[in-house]
Design a protein around this ligand. Structure first.
Ligand code: XMP
Length: 510
């Protein structure tokens, strides 16, 4: 196993992920709270020092007991971690005359160590204002750039490796291989870490942390909250209460699908409360057309409903949340303009009486959460779910929302999903759905004039949901969807396909 000593860098969980990808167990621990005794007790086969924002020579700079270099355990330093290693072992750190941020062409001078997979000039991601001007004795320089004399250094005899760039980020070519070669070739870690191991460990830890306490979870039926529910159910059974709010803006059969898994008939042991709040939402949304206003109402009403349920349950000890690692990063950055006020359960803690939050997915990435979900026995239709926005169909019905429109969009969307699945396209599209435009137009059906709604189909490809392009769905599939929708869904006589990319469009219509 690998110990990742966290010196405050941005990408630390990404390092952990790269190690997990080698099927090797790792733990990220803060430098402040980790003593030499702790390290010995952990008994790592290798240690990685992460990046961090400070200067290694500055006063109060994050550091670690120098005894770590005497343990005979290989160490890899990344960015600040490399500088700290150099500094503590007698090398020299200076403020770089030219800081490097972003892409850098790193010239590889020596491939005998962990850089053996590198290109001769390897594209790397850099982010530093200090640099190592002289490596400590015993080290060879393995890489450099125009502005950075020591972009890599190694003392292979003692097992110390440093890189100034960030091998953990995707932008660094072969970066994952550099980490892999450290973890497997240098540290010779056993490749015995699998998701089932993580699941067992999480369940064990949750059991220990929660004891005989009561836990409350707002279950949306999305991947993250479902996996949390599954884990907690396995850990503490009926000490967990899940509140699922049917706001009447769910996809067709969604409430039933969630209840089939988490309800009393399902395989999981927990208290499942399904609140039928449909009419409440429709009443609140009556006459409201402005998108932000709709989002606000839906978000606030969720809080009210959840709060009422929480009151009935009384005091709980823990509030569980499905926060995953990208949420943690994003919430740390967010200074950008509000395009849409995203509704998530993130704001809950203010009004529910509880002591502590549990977030068992905090260190995982989305694909790992899905893997974990599979591991604990969630069905594919939950685990493979595409993102569904908190405000649900409320933002896929342009303009005023009512029960009749919800029914139309649910039926049209179900047909669209069915045909996409039949065409074998479901796995290759990031997100797709049917929406109801607020437009009616004239058509003819069975020799009669119709004046009915137009449905819009959307399908996008994206890697991060920040930018997206419309997917080129085969014409015959679209034709079939169109035919079925106008024939099978009442009050629809026209179907559009949305070609807009993001930007300028957004993925949802409101
Ligand atoms: P937009 O429409 O902003 O969507 O391009 C980007 C991604 O976010 C989802 N989305 C939401 N998710 N609460 C959520 O949890 C929301 O209020 C919300 N609005 C949009 C959207 O489905 C897409 O995946």
């Amino acid at each position: 196993k690998i110990l990742i000593l966290d010196f405050g860098g941005q990408y630390n969980q990404l390092i952990a992920r790269r190690v997990r990808e080698c099927n090797v167990y790792s733990e990220v621990r803060g430098f402040e709270s980790t003593t030499l005794e702790d390290i010995k007790a952990f008994d790592p086969k290798g240690i990685i020092f992460t990046g961090g924002p400070q200067s290694a020579y500055g006063e109060g700079a994050p550091s670690i007991d120098a005894g770590v270099f005497e343990l005979g355990v290989p160490i890899m330093g990344i960015c600040y971690g490399a500088q700290l290693m150099a500094y503590m072992l007698g090398g020299k750190i200076d403020s770089a005359p030219t800081s490097e941020y972003g892409r850098a062409d790193v010239v590889i001078d020596d491939k005998d160590g962990i850089l053996k997979s590198a290109d001769d000039v390897n594209v790397c991601w850099m982010s530093h204002t200090d640099y190592i001007s002289r490596p400590p004795e015993g080290f060879v320089v393995t890489a450099h750039t125009d502005h950075c004399p020591v972009a890599g250094m190694e003392d292979r005899k003692r097992g110390f490796y440093g890189v100034q760039f960030h091998p953990e980020v995707n932008h660094t070519a072969h970066g994952a291989e550099f980490i892999r070669d450290f973890v497997l070739d240098v540290c010779k870690c056993d490749q015995d870490w699998k998701m089932n191991f993580f699941a067992e460990k999480q369940i064990e830890e949750l059991r220990e942390k929660i004891g005989d306490g009561k836990v409350l979870l707002a279950l949306s039926g999305g991947v993250d909250s479902s996996v949390v529910a599954g884990l907690l159910s396995k850990a503490i059974g009926k000490q967990l209460t899940c509140v699922f709010v049917d706001h009447g803006l769910l996809r067709k059969n969604e409430a039933e699908e969630v209840a089939a898994v988490f309800g009393p008939e399902g395989p999981f042991d927990l208290n499942f409360i399904c609140v039928d709040a449909k009419q409440r939402y429709y009443d609140k949304l009556a006459g409201v057309t402005e998108p932000e206003q709709k989002r606000k109402i839906i978000g606030e009403e969720f809080i009210h409903v959840f709060e009422e349920e929480a009151k009935k349950i009384g005091k709980v000890d823990f509030l569980a949340q499905g926060t995953i690692y990208p949420d943690v990063i994003e919430s740390g950055l967010g200074k950008s303009a509000v395009i849409k006020s995203h509704h998530n359960v993130g704001g809950l803690p203010d009004y529910v009486d509880f002591k502590e939050i549990v977030e068992p997915l905090r260190s995982l990435f989305k694909d790992e959460v899905r893997q974990l979900g599979r591991e604990i026995g969630l069905p594919d239709y939950i685990v493979d779910r595409q993102p569904f926005p908190g405000p649900g169909l409320g933002i896929r019905i342009i303009g005023e929302v009512n029960a009749e429109k919800v029914k139309i969009v649910q039926d049209a969307d179900a047909i669209y999903r069915e045909e996409i699945a039949n065409a074998g396209l479901a796995g290759s599209i990031s997100q797709y759905y049917a929406a109801l435009t607020n437009m009616r137009s004239v058509g003819v059906m069975g020799d009669f004039r119709t004046y009915d709604y137009a449905v819009a189909l959307r399908a996008v490809q994206t890697s991060d949901f920040m930018t997206a392009t419309a997917v080129e769905i085969p014409w015959n599939v679209l034709q079939k969807v169109m035919t079925r929708i106008v024939n099978e869904v009442d009050h629809v006589n026209r179907v559009f396909y949305d070609l807009t990319s993001k930007p300028p469009g957004t993925i949802e219509l409101e």
